[in-house]
Design a protein around this ligand. Structure first.
Ligand SMILES: [Zn+2]
Length: 262
């Protein structure tokens, strides 16, 4: 597995971001995992909040979108933001669209079309990108606790195989920053027995789990190889200067991760 550390942080137009070298080497793709830094939103959304749904002022969110567009050379209108539902609905975009439906209640999106950027907003949940290098298909997945329990990442891989003719051996996986295992404690009522190998019991019905590791294991059990997977192994809860963390802050912003076909 290719592990990305904090020292890999890069900056464009004062916006810090991470990229995955294996994806950056593919000339028909652009992608970035942004942080919370470099935007204009005020506390508790400071500063690069991209969510329209958490109480931040619309003008700040729009300005943040423009700043990212300027830095990464795209029109903000090309950015597809999902209304993430913590479910497992997957949006497929295969045909040329003049406009997208306005309310996109999905937690994953797969496309083989150029011209726009698919994206995921997070503050602790796991953002995951999938790229088929041969078929030129990309996917973006929002894998929080509920999505992980619903095996959303595996469902995306299956859809890519069934609907786009992808094959697992040609896929590259990029996993963004999320809340890490020492920091993510949950109640046993929402805990799943299959998570035991990546979890620690704290006693009294409390478990500490690692959602990124669980998603990685699900994919490996499906046949993905370690070398196909890159992981920005940074905890959003610990590195609160760099990332929004819902668990730490409650009312807070959402950082953007995007990927698109050029
Ligand atoms: Zn942590």
């Amino acid at each position: 597995m290719n592990i990305i550390h904090r020292t890999h942080l890069r900056i464009k137009n004062d916006l810090p971001y991470f990229e995955i070298p294996e994806l950056a080497n593919i000339e028909w793709i652009r992608h970035a995992f942004l942080t919370r830094q470099g935007g204009v939103s005020l506390p508790p959304y400071d500063t690069l909040n991209l969510s329209h749904r958490n109480g931040d002022r619309e003008e700040f969110v729009s300005k943040n979108k423009n700043l990212i567009g300027e830095a990464f050379h795209f029109d903000p209108g090309q950015l597809v933001l999902l209304n993430q539902m913590h479910q497992d609905k997957i949006l497929l975009i295969k045909e040329r669209l003049n406009s997208l439906p306005s309310l996109l209640e999905y937690d994953a999106i797969i496309t083989n079309l150029p011209g726009f950027l698919i994206s995921i907003l997070t503050a602790d949940c796991v953002p995951i990108f999938v790229v088929d290098q041969k078929k030129k298909v990309i996917a973006a997945v929002h894998a929080g606790r509920q999505g992980t329990a619903l095996h959303i990442t595996l469902k995306v891989l299956k859809k890519m195989e069934e609907d786009f003719g992808c094959s697992l051996k040609n896929l590259l996986i990029a996993i963004g920053p999320s809340i890490g295992s020492p920091c993510y404690e949950i109640d046993e009522r929402v805990f799943h027995p299959e998570w035991v190998p990546f979890s620690t019991s704290r006693g009294e019905g409390r478990w500490v789990v690692d959602l990124a590791q669980i998603n990685i294991t699900q994919m490996k059990q499906e046949g993905m190889k370690e070398e196909q997977i890159s992981w920005i192994n940074l905890c959003t809860h610990c590195q609160f200067d760099l990332f929004f963390s819902y668990r730490r802050e409650g009312r807070t912003g959402r950082q953007l991760s995007f990927i698109g076909i050029i």
